[in-house]
Design a protein around this ligand. Structure first.
Ligand code: IMP
Length: 445
């Protein structure tokens, strides 16, 4: 049984949380490899709702081990807040939750910088989650960041003093309030270091040992391919590698240990924040998708921009992630539309283009070329068998498979774990091997 990567195929919010929750029983450990608490999903467990942003939802599954990998930026405050809620609900984390000592600390200064920079960008704001993600990764890349393992170091005060001067100068130039004093941060950092100590680990070594012992790992990507720092719609992206390649650098596991990837694709498209979105619907249909799909951010509550499915985007994401298997989510949101459109290509300056241009100005001029499908106008909520989907819905799925070049192995027909069609005999079945039955069991009859 191979290790697998799960990734978003659009601009995030594809419903990865639900799919991870469903397939998690086929794995021994879940590993986050990028991002921070900009991600988020709500999971229902023991009649309670948990909003998880940093800790994988695998923590709610029996003895599944969970890892926050080196590629993440971790806010100790956000981590402890999540941990407290889990402990309060009686979730056992000792010996199951591991945090890389190489992951970078996301400090209050990074949040202060994120907000001030966005404010200063005015109409060109990226629309970040204001969690400090960009500044934390920037500190890492420019080599003056603090890793979680450094929070209790003997030269902490000196490092923070130097960093404080740098942050204060930038905030002053932006006309923003002064940063949190470095003395306060030094005190907090020492407290964090002490509380983090039982969780910190050389996770690269732990993962290598688990692989050696035959454990199977699920690498959980946050955000989506089109928000990837390199491959996304730059600069309207997040600051980490959210495509499958990031799983290796962000966890220290070699590519040879990975068996394949599962791409999560929403049956329509959404995006939060600014940036190009060729199939965006700024009309009643867009409002309808937002309402029926409850398209409001888990992390920030912001309304999401909504539009038709874009297979130019999905093909691009399939190629980047090498995924042969798709989970199609929120299919039921389309149930009562008269007609459904899918973008198959763009028309840019009189030319038909089937791949995503890097040039944002060009992408901004892209006019979607649509294929129109009749709506099925029938409830699919909770349908469990593929054959029981209305014929027009199956035609829609089939078209997506052909256009994107990957099999739809899971179809989500409602928010609950049980509301999922699990198709046997596809790439996901091959990837999971015997453990495919764990997914069927988790779904229930
Ligand atoms: P940042 O990651 O907070 O820097 O935000 C950069 C861009 O990524 C913004 O457009 C955000 O809306 C978007 N983004 C970040 N995290 C998520 C997510 O989990 N889902 C959807 N969009 C996200």
């Amino acid at each position: 049984m191979a290790n697998a990567i799960i990734v978003g195929m659009q601009w995030g919010d594809e419903g990865k949380g639900k799919i991870v929750d469903l397939i998690c029983p086929a794995f021994d450990a879940v590993v986050r490899f990028q991002g921070g608490h900009n991600a988020g999903h709500t999971v229902r467990f023991a009649d309670r709702h948990f909003s998880l942003h940093l800790i994988p939802s695998g923590i709610l599954h029996g003895d599944t081990r969970c890892v926050l990998g080196n590629g993440m930026v971790v806010s100790p405050e956000a981590f402890f807040a999540e941990l407290d809620r889990l402990v309060e609900a009686g979730v056992e984390t000792a010996g199951r939750l591991f945090v890389s000592d190489r992951a970078h600390a996301l400090l209050p200064w990074h949040v202060e910088l994120d907000r001030a920079r966005e404010e200063a960008r005015g109409v060109h704001a990226i629309g970040t989650t204001s969690r400090g993600i960009g500044p934390a990764y920037e500190a890492k890349a420019s080599r003056h960041g603090l890793r979680l393992g450094d929070l209790g170091s003997s030269d902490l005060e000196a490092k923070l003093r130097v960093e404080h001067a740098r942050v204060a100068a930038e905030l002053a130039a932006l006309g923003a309030p002064e940063p949190t004093p470095d003395g306060d941060l030094a005190r907090l950092s020492r407290e964090w270091a002490e509380r983090l100590e039982p969780f910190l680990a050389d996770t690269e070594v732990a993962l290598a040992e688990w692989i050696e012992e035959g454990a199977s790992l699920l690498f959980e990507g946050a955000q989506g391919a089109l928000l990837d720092l390199d491959h996304g719609t730059y600069p309207y992206v997040t600051s980490s590698s959210s495509t499958a390649g990031g799983a290796c650098t962000g966890s220290g596991v070699p590519p040879t240990a990975i068996g394949g990837s599962l791409g999560v694709l929403k049956a329509y498209t959404t995006r939060v924040g600014a940036g190009p979105f060729p199939t965006e619907l700024e009309d009643d249909t867009g409002d309808y998708l937002r309402r029926r799909g409850n398209e409001f951010g888990t992390t920030t509550g912001r309304p999401r921009r909504c539009g038709w499915l874009d297979t130019v985007v999905a093909r691009y994401a399939r190629r980047l992630n090498g995924t042969g298997s798709l989970a199609l989510t929120k299919m039921d949101v389309l149930d009562h539309l008269d007609e459904i459109r899918v973008c198959t290509a763009y028309e840019i300056d009189g030319e038909t283009v089937r791949s995503l241009p890097a040039d944002l100005a060009k992408l901004g001029r892209a006019k979607p070329v649509y294929r129109t499908f009749p709506g099925w106008q029938q409830d699919t909520v909770g349908v469990l068998e593929y054959d029981q989907l209305p014929k027009p819905a199956r035609d829609y799925v089939r078209f997506i498979e052909d256009e994107v070049g990957a099999r739809v192995d899971l179809v989500s027909t409602g928010p609950r774990r049980e509301e999922t069609i699990v198709r046997e005999g596809g790439a996901l079945h091959d990837l999971l091997g015997e453990r495919f039955t764990n997914v069927l069991d988790a779904r229930g009859a």
